[in-house]
Write a protein that binds this ligand. Structure first.
Ligand code: SF4
Length: 445
């Protein structure tokens, strides 16, 4: 069944807003006690006393139960706006509601739809972050997810004169994101390990560890040790997100796992442009680590998550060519990619560009896609990769604002200029030297 058929036959026959991720998937930041169903809806705080009493409460929050009730009634939970925006383009675009439901068995989706909303459900896929320790400070990240971003704000003060940053991502060090120091008792981490020991290790299909940079967290290694010490006890597939930057010990990772793991990394542009956007990245090291992982027996699958922001568009297709070159050399399955459209911070969205720049990138992507789709037998793109590229092309064509609360364009332009001027000074970078195609537009802001 292709993606569109799945949407019509399996999801929409339950309700027009049903999504399995609301029941079976979670991203949970244990350092801050925040939880969400997938990475799109805003995260919310888990009641700490409830987590101490019932470890499953780190996923089955009152907010998620309310969203489930709405989905059972065919209403759209507002937090899932990312998917509604894609579906409202009305060109049969496939939203993440489909991708994030399709991974579950149809009977499990049926069960979710009929489960009374007050009941707790066991997770099948979980993305978990132990803390925000990270050696990178990417432009679209913020201190809530990176200790290096915290250092920037502590050393240089808040970013000034931003008008659209309603969530104040760049003005303080987000201490609430790291409630406990390493070694202190964190009730959320205790709840996770308690749930893990009691039944999560039996019911979970996939556990994905994220960060910060998870390979810099002691708890990640503690969990890897658990798998080694309890060989055969859990069938949970293990996946790790890693930026593959310096201080990431890929060899230690490969020798610390007995079972093959899935590895997810991030990148979306080429060389110096990638190093500009993902501050801390060393392009050559990233390539070396990717090459090592492509050949490693302990890696079951290797994925590149592309965060589609304004700046990456200049070299996105060159970057995708690199991924296709790896596929061509090592097989279609050697590496796969997703194109995840950035909405926050809004001023870094691709939609800040005027029509002529957007159209140029849209056309370049269309040419790239047409070429790859027309290649003879042995095409190297997965269906989801083709669909992600198509939806990005449509997004650049149709969608006018990054999200419904977005501020008007002059404010976004103000913030683009203000932010990158300060980013350049703080990080020793130079936007127009790195992205020469933007010189005229940027200098005119
Ligand atoms: S944002 Fe989309 S994929 Fe995520 S839970 Fe909501 S409907 Fe599902």
């Amino acid at each position: 069944m292709n993606d569109l058929e799945f949407k019509h036959k399996i999801l929409d026959t339950k309700s027009a807003s049903f999504c399995g991720a609301k029941w079976y998937n979670a991203t949970i930041w244990l350092g801050s006690g925040m939880s969400t169903s997938c990475h799109h809806p805003p995260a919310h705080l888990v009641d700490i006393e409830e987590a101490k009493r019932n470890p499953k409460a780190i996923h089955n929050t009152p907010q998620k139960k309310q969203d489930r009730a709405q989905m059972q009634a065919g209403e759209r939970p507002p937090g899932c706006e990312y998917c509604w925006k894609i579906e409202d383009i009305k060109r049969d675009n496939i939203s993440d509601r489909v991708y994030k439901s399709k991974i579950y068995k149809i009977e499990d989706l049926d069960n979710a739809f009929t489960t009374p909303v007050h009941e707790d459900v066991n997770l099948k896929t979980l993305e978990i972050s132990f803390d925000r320790t990270c050696q990178f400070a990417c432009s679209y990240c913020n201190p809530a997810f990176s200790s290096t971003w915290v250092r920037d704000i502590k050393s240089n003060g808040p970013y000034a004169n931003l008008q659209s940053d309603g969530r104040n991502h760049f003005t303080h060090d987000h201490n609430s994101a790291q409630l406990y120091k390493f070694g202190e008792t964190n009730p959320y981490i205790e709840a996770f390990f308690s749930w893990w020991e009691s039944d999560l290790h039996k019911t979970l299909d996939e556990l994905r560890i994220t960060g910060g940079e998870p390979l810099m967290s002691g708890y990640t290694w503690q969990l890897l040790d658990w798998f080694k010490a309890n060989k055969g006890k859990s069938a949970t597939r293990l996946a790790i997100n890693s930026n593959l930057g310096k201080d990431v010990d890929v060899d230690r990772l490969l020798s610390s796992v007995d079972q093959p793991i899935d590895l997810y990394t991030s990148n979306e542009s080429w060389a110096t442009q990638a190093e500009y956007i993902r501050d801390g990245l060393e392009w050559d090291l990233w390539i070396d680590n990717m090459t090592k992982l492509i050949y490693a027996d302990k890696i079951r699958s290797l994925h590149v998550m592309c965060t589609i922001n304004a700046l990456c568009l200049e070299s996105l297709t060159e970057f995708l060519d690199l991924l296709v070159a790896w596929k061509t050399k090592h097989g279609k399955e050697a590496v796969s990619f997703t194109l995840n459209i950035l909405r926050f911070p809004s001023f870094q969205s691709a939609l800040v560009f005027p029509d002529e720049i957007r159209n140029k990138h849209k056309q370049k992507l269309q040419t790239w896609l047409d070429y790859h789709v027309s290649r003879p037998v042995g095409q190297f793109l997965h269906e989801h990769e083709i669909n992600h590229t198509k939806r990005l092309i449509d997004y650049l064509d149709v969608v006018k604002t990054p999200h419904s609360d977005t501020f008007d364009m002059p404010r976004l332009h103000n913030d683009f200029k203000q932010f990158y001027t300060q980013y350049d000074l703080r990080r020793g970078k130079n936007l127009v030297e790195t992205f020469p195609e933007l010189t005229e537009w940027y200098n005119g802001l």
